[in-house]
Design a protein around this ligand. Sequence first.
Ligand code: CIR
Length: 267
Amino acid sequence: MSQSRPVYQFNNIIVRTPSQSVVNGLRADDRGNPTFEGVKAEHDAYIAAMKDAGVKVTVLPALEAFPDSIFVEDPALVFGEGAILLRPGAETRIKETLEIEPTLRAMFDTVLELPAEGFTDGGDVLTTRESVMIGLSARTTKVGAEALQVALAKLGRKSEIVATPEGVLHFKTDCSLLDDETVLSTARLAKSGVFERFKQVIIPEGEEPAANALRVNDVVMVGSDFPRTIEMLDKLGYKVVPLQTTEIGKIDAGLSCMSLRWFSNTL
Ligand code: CIR
């Protein structure tokens, strides 16, 4: 289904306050624990930037039992037309879905569930104007991705299953949309040919984590630790909002992970 409004236009987001346990969040390589205060400061700045970008922010309470629950993007997928409850592929995260479910049922008329087999993390899902791209990864299995395709079809969304580069946590770890026609991607992901129908802006070598940027309305939020990416996007005419991601970066997270975003006609 193609929509009339730009895919990056949002007026609603859900975020979750970080728990003290966030310092124990999952990570592939240990570069030391993030500090709670640092994560909280980065999260607070993110919420402020979202409000500045014109979205209504619903803030859910911290969940001490779930260190990674600040990353609300992974247990669900939301659109104006409905929400889908996902099945995160990390054992410590799968029950985050049950925690976010009541909020989604209260906010959306349609909430779809996936069958209890296979796994899908929201971090592997890139919503584009023409289709929803689902990246296979260590967190998203083929069975999970196919089940998600069935749910997406019920919401009238076309989808496609694509590959995530080896060793990369999520599909969106390595890419984000800059606008309806343009994708920001690492060279390693672009090389797979997955973005041939898009204009592609390639991340400067050495700044790969900057690929998880986030276009919200008029602005592109980008990690402030990535000056060459910021300069490149600025020169291309994007209105860049640098946000610190140093602490959440230690637990393999970027900017898309911290919110569920949608456009509601009934705001
Ligand atoms: C995890 O490994 O699940 C978290 N430490 C990071 C999740 C990042 N989420 C995302 O990219 N959507």
